[in-house]
Write a protein that binds this ligand. Sequence first.
Ligand SMILES: [Fe+2]
Length: 232
Amino acid sequence: MKIQQFRYASDNLAYLVYEGRDAVAIDAGAVDEILAFAEARKLAIRSVANTHTHADHTVGNRRLLEATGAEFLDCRRVPHGRHLPVGGGGITIYRTPGHMPDCVTFQAEGALITGDTLFNGTVGNCFSGDLKSFFESIRFLMGFDPATLIFAGHDYVRESMAFARSIEPDNPAIEGYLANYDPLHVVSALGDEFAVNPFLRFNDPAMIRILEARGLPTATEFERWQSLMEVY
Ligand SMILES: [Fe+2]
């Protein structure tokens, strides 16, 4: 399974997941680039899907569907664990509500396409208002192998590392994370996120000490996550 990333509208990230001649487009805002890429490799785009229904992620749907005749996969109606065949393999789709109620994450072998749920370096805003579901979604994603690659819906790496540094100025992992940052190919391993992403560090002793020093609730992991989400 291969994953091609396309940047559009300054910090949005679109994806084409493909194997053999079959491809699936996810948050395909970079329509012209995606069509050119597919044509050059003789790929047939079978499905057009989104990580959630925010307009900056769905903006390419109509044109791409018209150009390819692909099936539209509605993220509002996909059941948790739905398998989508691609070439000889496939993608599994998981419901990961929180940023929005309709957020889903796509797993393609050792990679996750996380939309605005989990970014490289941070997490999305909780526009659903359901912080508990968001926490459970993040907890679910944290259960994947640390080598899993994270492909997100936006490139917020620089801002999120400036923010991470403001919370944890002594975190030695931040510098190395920034040294690996490439705006032309924005990706990190889940294990890197455990080291730098403040919103995945609610069980790290260094982060717990920081929350305690601020007098924030730290008794349970949800309390610690809530403290991070509400304060920062
Ligand atoms: Fe969004």
